[in-house]
Design a protein around this ligand. Structure first.
Ligand code: FAD
Length: 855
């Protein structure tokens, strides 16, 4: 062998071996031994010069030092820990509580740079129990049938009494309450399925049912209430004799909810004739769902004890209590009008409301623990109600739009055949598949005991954003039909409702910019939280040991991510481990690649920007986008498996994952482009994109196959809208559109025959309605065929029709009665203004009256 080849062999052995050890995350000790053996072999058999061998052995000596644990801790870790402690950003209690809420699940694996797919794959597919299935098929279907969205939103401004009675009688408000208190005790998955179905029919129904089953008094009591409080409220909440709401938001404190200025002061006062120690509350809250009709108010306020009646602290911080709304001083009843979607939402105030101390949820010992309670519950609740609402809306939009685009013809063909329309349909279907996957997999994880704080924030943000995109696209495809409001419009109200989901439970801009990565970075990183905790440990010796372990683990992890990121980018992840050898195997590998790149970029961002990363929201949001794309793509893969790996669903899977992973690539690219330290940016770019940006968006061919799924009756179309309310009945356009779609397929051969006759000049018209008459006369179709075509054409025409109104029907308020001519002197106020003032007073009265009449 020539000298050059020998040198090349040894060079490859050392470089390749090093990459292999790092790639496989082999521990420091084993790596040191392996390096020592290789070096010894090189010394004996290699051709290195003496000075070169000395240099290599010296480097090896440095590698040995970290293996001498005592020396390492004293000489390396201790000085580093001192520097680290001096650099630690300050953290408020509310921030710490938010960080510690919930559990780390699959998000932690994605953060590790080396996801262990078996952990996700071994999760059982979520399933409805027999009882839950019966509820979905029974009361839930029935409730959908009872709702006339136009009547609710336009005419009554509320659900009709029989619907309220039905909701309460069937215990829709008690899905999360255990059976021992009279509740339904449904799983998170069942809760999610029910909300999806309701949302596909009516945003009012889904939000009315969603709120008491997510963050509200029942949930708070179940987790933190005393036994006495549970016995007092839960049976009533289950039976519907108590209507709950939860009041946190106030005019000053919206996104920054912890800055609320509503107060509770511990003091002596009279309660049922006796003097007791209690709390005097003052609050002003707004935007509170169900507040106008609530009988019990979950209230968040700051608790003060200036006279030290319950302890030695002046201030306890945010506290949560349950306040019956008939307590003196409590005001509820007035309503907001959220984008004309008529669910019950309104302000509430309380003036000098005196209540006993045991109104605090969990009793006086839970004083000041309110924030912790809320963030812990949000880590679950945020994953269910709003994401399921968005998924249900997406399913209805997919089902309706696919059918509509097939039956609506322009330029003598179905509009679904136009590629531009197909592009919008593909997005609706693909986004719906992503939402369905995310909601199903995450609620399934909750049922397995997880409290996935970061995935909850991911779902809240992305599902509501995807829901909004679906609504936009559906409106564009349905065009005028979607715009004209009236009883026949099945889209407009859902479209109007989308910004509501964007705003609540953490408005979306904040969720993306601050929460997803801001929480995820510390919670899910395998070492950062351990380092922080070790640095803050009051036991300094223990802190040093823990910090040392975490720090050296972290260094190994960073080296490994460098190697993995580079190798996986060079090979497109081709040789990385996958859990299944199926047509989706490459997608697992794509995620493996981006997981390593994300872990690497994330580490450098934290290392070089430290606490400032929190303020660099654009960078933090982009890192959050990468994590979200990987999480959602993993859910798609697992959902595909859970649904039995159906080949017919593959176009949806391919489109979804390509779209998500392309977004991950672009977010990572934008992150590196904007990274403030240019040296670090170039260094990272070399390891992350050695071949440039190679990931492509889904092809037009995949999109075409997705359009086919959605515009043709079949199992894949049904599965995609599996929980939407699609029953065929009068008043449900979604079911009627499906009927029309099936009829369109059935009549296609006849329509083709008519088109051919038109080409041959046997008939003259281009319009189906006239073609049928002409075709029958010219014996192109038989009488029976013509009748069948007529019936089909009538159904389609009825579905394509929109509403119109007499001008009086659209007047918002009854016309003001004509006033007798006023004597000249008295006519100071213009007549119109007078009428307006009068109307305002009447409106005020009516809403107050309504409050007492309700439920
Ligand atoms: C229909 C509806 C129902 C609701 N129901 C309830 C309820 O039942 N109980 C309850 O307590 N509350 C409820 N809310 C309140 C809801 O949670 C708040 O509206 C929400 O927290 C946002 O507050 P805000 O509207 O005052 O927006 P603001 O706080 O004024 O925020 C305005 C914008 O600034 C962004 N922003 C704020 N801070 C940051 C930041 N640091 N970084 C980036 N962006 C930021 C926000 O994302 C938002 O886009 C409801 C709201 C609505 C609209």
């Amino acid at each position: 062998m020539s000298g050059f080849l020998v040198s090349l062999f040894w060079a490859l052995l050392f470089i390749g071996g090093g990459i292999f050890l790092a790639y496989q995350r082999i521990d420091l000790r084993t790596s040191t031994i392996a390096t020592g053996i290789a070096l010894a072999a090189y010394t004996v058999f290699g051709d290195g010069a003496w000075w070169w061998l000395i240099l290599l052995w010296a480097l090896f000596g440095i590698m040995i030092v970290p293996n001498l644990i005592e020396v390492r801790r004293e000489k390396i870790t201790k000085p580093l820990l001192d520097v680290y402690r001096s650099m630690l950003p300050s953290m408020s209690n509310t921030e710490r509580e938010a960080l510690e809420a919930g559990s780390v699940w699959w998000d932690g694996e994605l953060f590790s740079g080396m996801p262990e797919w078996d952990k996700l794959m071994s999760f059982p597919a979520p399933k409805l129990s027999e009882e839950e299935q019966a509820f979905v098929d029974g009361p839930c279907e029935e409730l959908c049938r009872m709702i006339d969205d136009w009547e609710v939103n336009h005419e009554l401004g509320d659900l009709p009494k029989e619907v309220w009675d039905f909701i309460i009688e069937k215990r829709f408000f008690a899905m999360i309450i255990p059976k021992q208190y009279g509740g339904l005790e449904f799983s998170a998955y069942a809760n999610s399925v029910i909300i999806q179905k309701l949302a596909s029919r009516s945003a009012v129904a889904s939000s009315t049912v969603g709120v008491p089953n997510s963050l509200g008094p029942a949930e708070l009591l179940l987790h933190y209430g005393t036994e006495e409080q549970k016995q007092r409220y839960l049976p009533g909440l289950a039976a519907g004799t108590e209507i709950p709401c939860f009041a946190l938001t106030s005019p000053q404190a919206g996104s920054d909810a912890a800055s609320l200025i509503d107060t509770g002061v511990v003091c002596k006062g009279k309660w049922q004739g006796k003097e007791i120690t209690g709390i005097r509350l003052n609050w002003s809250k707004r935007y509170i769902t169900l507040a106008p009709i609530a009988t019990v108010l979950g209230l968040a306020f700051k608790l003060y004890d200036p006279d030290h009646l319950i302890g030695d602290k002046d201030e306890y911080g945010i506290t949560a209590a349950l306040i019956p709304t008939d307590t003196e001083g409590v005001e509820v009843g007035r309503r907001h009008n959220p984008l004309s979607v008529a669910f019950q939402n309104g302000p509430t105030t309380g003036k000098d409301v005196f209540v006993p101390l045991d109104y605090i949820i969990g009793g006086p010992e839970m004083a000041g623990k309110g924030w912790k309670m809320l963030v812990e519950l949000l880590s679950v609740g945020r994953a269910i109600t709003l994401p399921s609402t968005a998924a249900g809306g997406g399913q209805a939009a997919t089902y309706a739009t696919g059918a509509y685009a097939s039956i609506r013809k322009q330029f003598n063909t179905s509009i679904a055949n136009f590629e531009g329309v197909g592009e919008a349909i593909t997005r609706i279907a693909g986004y719906t598949y992503i939402m369905n996957s995310a909601v199903s997999i995450t609620s399934g994880a909750i049922d397995q005991g997880e409290k996935p704080a970061v995935p909850s924030a991911i779902l809240k943000y992305h599902c509501t954003e995807l829901g909004r995109k679906c609504a936009n696209d559906a409106m564009d495809v349905q065009a005028g039909k979607g715009v004209m409001m009236g009883p026949n419009n099945y889209l407009g109200r859902g479209y109007m409702a989308t910004p509501i989901a964007i705003t609540v439970e953490g408005a979306n801009i904040l969720t993306r910019s601050l929460i997803i990565y801001g929480q995820g970075a510390i919670r899910c990183h395998p070492f950062v939280l351990r380092e922080l905790q070790a640095a803050g440990d009051e036991d300094r010796d223990r802190g040093l040991i823990d910090f040392d372990n975490a720090l050296f683990g972290h260094i190994g992890y960073a080296i490994s991510n460098l190697a993995r990121s580079f190798f996986l980018a060079l090979t497109h992840g081709k040789f990385s481990r996958v859990p299944l050898n199926t047509p989706t195997r490459r997608y697992y590998q794509n995620i493996n690649r981006y997981s390593a790149a994300f872990a690497l970029a994330s580490d450098f961002a934290m290392l070089t920007l430290g606490g400032d990363l929190k303020k660099r929201e654009l960078l933090s949001a982009r890192l959050g986008d990468i994590l979200s794309s990987m999480y959602l793509a993993s859910c798609v893969l697992k959902h595909f498996e859970n649904q039995g790996r159906r080949a017919t669903d593959l176009p949806l899977v391919e489109w979804s994952i390509r779209t998500l992973m392309y977004q991950a690539q672009e977010s990572l690219h934008a992150f590196l482009l904007n990274f403030p330290n240019r040296w670090v940016s170039w260094f990272l770019r070399f390891f992350i994109f050695p071949r440039g940006r190679t990931y492509k968006t889904p092809s037009d061919e995949i999109a075409r196959r997705v359009v086919e799924i959605v515009t043709t009756p079949g199992e894949a179309r049904e599965r995609l809208s599996e929980f939407a309310y699609t029953t065929l009945e009068p008043g449900n356009p979604v079911g009627q559109l499906q009927e029309a779609l099936e009829l369109a397929v059935e009549h296609e051969p006849l329509e083709r025959r008519l088109r051919q006759a038109r080409k041959e000049g046997l008939i003259a018209s281009d319009y189906l309605g006239l073609q049928i008459e002409e075709g029958e006369k010219a014996q192109v179709v038989s009488k029976a065929e013509a009748n069948s075509l007529r019936d089909y054409h009538e159904k389609v025409s009825a579905l394509l029709a929109v509403d119109d109104f007499a001008p009086d029907e659209l007047r918002r308020c009854p016309a003001a009665p004509a006033e007798p001519a006023a004597p000249k002197k008295a006519a100071k106020k213009p007549a119109r203004k007078k009428a307006a003032t009068k109307k305002k007073a009447t409106r005020k009265k009516t809403s107050k009256k309504k409050k007492t009449a309700k439920v």
